[in-house]
Design a protein around this ligand. Structure first.
Ligand SMILES: [Zn+2]
Length: 196
């Protein structure tokens, strides 16, 4: 090929569509990963590129791009991004935190949500090596939120039914609602994330 094209962004094609509230895949329990082959590395790369396509993204679980594997990535913009395969979370201490929480599968929505202040997530890396991360604050919130995803649980489930019903009524009037998934670079998705 000629060299007249600008260099291609190697990440451009790895960005996937984000599955949205109402898509049954978000209610499925993840399948444990037993074979640590190239597919897992590719999945981790796709998760990172999809999450990084969204300015406010700090974590993304595999079912949020329609994949069944038990994998999530995180990047709380503290210079230490990571990924965990087959994660499990244990809380550390009794401390709680209360703060705004949102989800890339419910764009434009957030709720004050109580979480444990500190936790540890353990699992494997993409090569099957045991790994463990400790987190506090936003990082701990992210670990709890993403491992919930892999159990088919959404953060809105942590709220009383009346709050969820009200939220659902609000979501039904949002432009994205009714789509099973969207490209996070699409205008409709970007517009939803900038709404408040
Ligand atoms: Zn989420």
């Amino acid at each position: 090929m000629s060299g007249s094209h600008p260099p291609e962004d190697p990440c451009a094609d790895r960005c996937q569509r984000v599955t949205l509230y109402g898509n049954p895949v978000l209610r499925q329990k993840a399948t444990p990963v037993v074979s640590f082959d190239q597919r897992i590395e590719e999945l981790v790369n796709e998760l990172f590129d999809t999450m990084h396509a969204i300015d406010i993204g700090v974590g993304l679980a595999a079912n949020q791009i329609g994949r069944p594997e038990s994998v999530f990535v995180f990047d709380c913009r503290d210079g230490s991004p990571g990924h965990v395969v087959n994660p499990s979370v244990e809380t550390i201490g009794e401390g709680l935190q209360d703060g705004w929480e949102g989800c890339l599968s419910l764009p434009g929505v957030d709720l004050r949500t109580t979480r444990h202040l500190r936790c540890r997530v353990t699992g494997e890396d993409m090569h099957g090596e045991r790994i463990s991360y400790e987190g506090e604050g936003i990082t701990a919130r992210c670990f709890q939120h993403e491992t919930d995803h892999l159990r088919g649980v959404l953060y809105v489930d942590l709220h009383p039914v009346r709050v969820r019903k009200k939220l659902e009524r609000e979501m039904k009037s949002m432009e994205w609602f009714g789509n099973q998934s969207l490209d996070p670079r699409s205008q409709i998705y970007r517009h939803a994330q900038s709404e408040d």
